[in-house]
Structure formats: structure tokens, C-alpha cells
Ligand binder design. Structure first.
Ligand code: UDP
Length: 186
């Protein structure tokens, strides 16, 4: 629809930013992810296990054609995504362009578990379960177009992302429902 709109009216300019799984938290520990209920996504689920709110992680599938058999995904530092390039996207742009915002690095589920255990010094027990319906084996970005055209680049550091998530989690064990709002408003 966006491409058709641009084709129909040459005054339109549309940039489609395709971002991959953003994870992480602000290094201050004041801003982070706070999903309601039981999370579906990997990183928030891991934090629930590390804090004892869920007994174990269910690893969905270990028979994919990857090194360890689990699915491989891209995890993009949310802080890098927040610096996605508005300047280059401003005036004078017409037509429709899509850009992948990612690091180009794929991580398996157990690599993520390992990195989180190291960053948090907390165990993340897991069981191997069947594949989750609809999951693909491997999905990560080719960010070269964004790097070339937009000069946008995200560095991959699983250890940093896990460290920031753990800081946010330990500072705010109940997410935004505790004192963090007052701290942000100060
Ligand atoms: N995953 C898992 N257990 C969970 C949640 C996710 O094994 O409780 C796996 C999932 O199968 C996928 C990866 O972790 O291979 C990332 O899942 P997520 O939902 O976070 O991202 P998406 O699949 O949408 O890229």
C-alpha cells in the first residue's frame, strides 16, 4: 500500500524501516521492556526465568538445520535502533525505499541463554520442546543497504545487551509498576 501510494502520488516519500528483534535496555536501568502477562518473546521470557518468575525456558525446537539445532535470529540493540537515522530521511525524498535495520549477526536460542547466564550470573534452566508453529529456522538482516545509503550501523554485542537487560530487571523487578515512573519524572 505504501509503495502504491508513492506510485500514485509523486509528492509522497516513504521509507520502510524493517527492524529485527530489538532487545536491550537503556544503560541507566531506567528504561526497559515490560511485557504484560507471560511473554512470548525470547529475551523477556529468559529474564522471567532468571528472576524465578517462570520455572524454565521452553526452547522451541532443536531439529533445525543449524549448528546446535535451534533456530537462529537477529537481536538488534534497542539503543542502536533508537538512533535510526531521521536526518537522512528528511526533506526532498520521494518514492518508496525499504531498509533492513540489523547487525547481520544470527544468534541461536542457546547462545542467548549462555550469554544471559554469564551477564546475570543467574541460572536459566531450559527444556527442549517441539517447534513453535510458524517459526522459520534462520532470520537475520542484510543491513548493507542501510549502511551504504543511510550511514546507519548497529554493533552487535550480546554481552552488552544482556548486561543492560539484567540491570533494568534487577532495578525494576516489577517493571514500570514500581517507582521507576517517579524517578523518570524527576
Ligand atoms: N523462543 C524459544 N522459547 C521462547 C520464546 C522464543 O525457544 O519461550 C525462540 C523462538 O522459537 C525463536 C527465538 O527464540 O527461534 C526468538 O523468538 P522471538 O519470539 O523472541 O522472536 P521472533 O521469532 O519473532 O524472531
Amino acid at each position: 500500500m505504501l509503495r502504491d501510494t508513492c506510485a500514485a502520488d509523486e509528492e509522497w516519500g516513504v521509507v520502510i524501516l524493517r527492524y529485527f528483534n530489538p532487545i536491550g535496555a537503556h544503560p541507566s536501568g531506567l528504561l526497559g521492556e515490560d511485557p504484560k502477562g507471560i511473554p512470548n518473546n525470547l529475551m523477556p521470557y529468559i529474564t522471567r526465568v532468571a528472576t524465578g518468575k517462570q520455572p524454565h525456558l521452553k526452547v522451541f525446537g532443536n531439529d533445525y538445520p543449524t549448528r546446535m539445532g535451534e533456530a537462529r535470529r537477529e537481536y538488534l540493540p534497542a539503543m542502536h535502533l533508537s538512533r535510526a537515522p531521521p536526518d537522512q530521511l528528511s526533506s526532498g525524498f520521494t518514492g518508496a525505499e525499504a531498509y533492513n535495520l540489523g547487525t547481520g549477526v544470527g544468534v541461536t536460542v542457546l547462545e542467548m541463554v549462555e550469554a544471559f547466564q554469564q551477564a546475570s550470573s543467574s541460572p536459566v534452566p531450559y527444556t527442549i520442546e517441539g517447534r513453535r508453529p510458524g517459526d522459520v529456522a534462520i532470520c537475520y538482516a542484510d543491513p548493507s543497504k542501510a549502511q551504504g545509503d543511510l550511514k546507519w550501523r548497529a554493533e552487535h554485542s550480546l554481552a552488552d545487551m544482556c548486561r543492560d537487560v539484567w540491570r533494568w530487571t534487577t532495578k525494576n523487578p516489577d517493571g514500570y509498576s514500581t517507582g521507576v515512573k517517579e524517578e523518570l519524572l524527576r
